[in-house]
Design a protein around this ligand. Structure first.
Ligand SMILES: N[C@@H](CCC(=O)N[C@@H](CS)C(=O)NCC(=O)O)C(=O)O
Length: 215
């Protein structure tokens, strides 16, 4: 049996949840509240870095942190659906490239902006936030032009990079809206939002979304 250590508001956890729902793999959700020392301790025990998601496979005894690695692992144990990382080398490289792109150049700067909002006024990092916003703007341009002729992140098949793109774009659009400036990217986010796996994640997150710092 699989256990997922997660929080329903966490963008990197959304990435793993999308993959679990795509594969229709059963798992036990272990909700972690990082603000509660006991709950944080549970996460630290399985992964001392204390970042989620973390997957624990009770059958093999394996503990797997890092959302992209979790998704690659799920491909190895799920057989009912197409893999989320292509088997063919060139396609796999594209999938991993766009997975890194959405994590590093959209999700990470988005998180920088959000994290700054919850800091004390005198600990805020205006320069870091400005750099994050500039990186987001550049990444939006690149992703928008890539998505002009694609349905999913790397072409016709939904995969790992789409699992990364969905939470990254959802939250980035809240901190730096791109709907009117980047129509192809906005249309891609619309497609992601009605994909049943991501629609389910959004539905489950809805009771927690009021906790997202608006500004
Ligand atoms: N590279 C990691 C990033 C995980 C990550 O940053 N998770 C955030 C939640 S979205 C977290 O655990 N934050 C808690 C903290 O930094 O204390 C992955 O892909 O899983």
């Amino acid at each position: 049996m699989l256990t997922l250590y997660y929080h329903p508001l966490s963008s990197f956890c959304w990435k793993a949840l999308i993959a679990l729902y795509e594969h229709e793999i059963a798992f036990t959700p272990e909700l972690i509240d990082l603000g509660d020392p006991a709950s944080r301790g549970v996460l630290e025990q399985v992964w001392p870095i204390a970042k989620f998601p973390v997957l624990r496979d009770g059958t093999t005894g394996l503990t797997i942190p890092e959302s992209s690695v979790i998704i690659e692992y799920l491909d190895t144990i799920a057989t009912a659906h197409a893999p989320l990382v292509d088997k063919e080398t060139d396609a796999a490289l594209q999938t991993r490239l766009w997975d890194r792109f959405y994590d590093q150049y959209i999700q990470v700067p988005m998180q920088k902006i959000v994290a700054d909002r919850i800091r004390a006024e005198d600990a805020r990092d205006a320069q870091g936030v400005a750099e994050a916003r500039a990186l987001l703007a550049k990444a939006f341009d690149l992703a928008n032009s890539a998505m002009t002729h694609r349905r999913w992140a790397t072409g016709d098949r939904f995969g790992l990079a789409d699992c990364a793109a969905a939470p990254a774009l959802y939250y980035a659009n809240r901190v730096q809206p791109f709907g009117s400036s980047h129509p192809s990217l906005a249309a891609y986010l619309d497609r992601l939002s009605v994909r049943p796996s991501f629609a389910r994640v959004l539905e489950e997150a809805a009771p927690y979304l009021h906790m997202f710092p608006a500004a």
